[in-house]
Write a protein that binds this ligand. Sequence first.
Ligand SMILES: [Zn+2]
Ligand SMILES: [Zn+2]
Length: 329
Amino acid sequence: MKAVRLLGRRQVALQDYPDPRPQDGQALVRIRASALCGSEMHAYRGDHALDGNPGHEPSGVVVDASRSRRWRDGDRVGIHAVWGCGACPWCTRGIYTFCDRLSGCPGAHAELMAAPDHVCVPLPDDIPFDVGALLAGDGLGVPYHTSRRLATRGGDTVAVVGCGPIGLGSVLLQSFFGVRVIALDRSRDRLEMARRLGAAEALDVSADDPVRAVQHMTQGRLAEAVVEATGRPEGFALALRLVGKAGAVACNGENAEVTLHVGSDLIRRDITVFGSWFYHYREYPEMLELVRRGLAVQDLITARYPLAEAQQAYEDFAALRTAKAILEP
Ligand SMILES: [Zn+2]
Ligand SMILES: [Zn+2]
């Protein structure tokens, strides 16, 4: 089979690999859509070559179910980005993200993947493969799990700090829920995308004073909820200044070391700060239902490439020219 290989220093190649052989309790899936993720950019820009690629948001069709105990040839599936062991108390509840023996979905930018039965989720016929990749992966999975924990209600104001693909997912979802979304970024293109996905307001943090602007928009109350999706210390600091009394800050952006003043930032305003990682198995049917009720997940996708154009896909994504980008083997 052919699969993408990251060679380091922004070089991407398509290489031949032996076809994966499914083990007992695994299905062989022909990948039809594999989404690019911001978390891959570190490896893309890094100095070292990988054995393969860090793709982890695929969907496809089962083509060899001979070793599977759950799937049949021809079944359409999404594949969860986080692979739990399948047997521990967390995994039996479908919460693979808490498994002590978890691993990441390995190298989904490929023609084939052998995946354990339990990390595959059924993809109904009315859900396209690209949308399925976003439901099973980060694109909607992360914003949806975050939204469950934020528990915003219609009429609330939520500020989304950082309009990369994950932030844009929250813009789309929270707007769909009837929440007033204020999107913040320093890229005009990204802010324009946020508006198209439903944001009521879009603030350029490099030009506007975002705290004053949000105060003005909320009659001084600030936002009931903030989603931090930059992964940068200044993004987190801004999130703390945008959240109103008794509000909550959800952290989606990783890799930031931050400082906060426990008294003034948290205690004296009853502020909740929490982290949120991927989604739980039981949330997947809820996401399918939202798509059927009109949640326009496909609008998060702005580019599609055949596997042979992976180099271009990574270049466009790294240059922020695309929101969610899909490789189609
Ligand atoms: Zn990801
Ligand atoms: Zn487990």
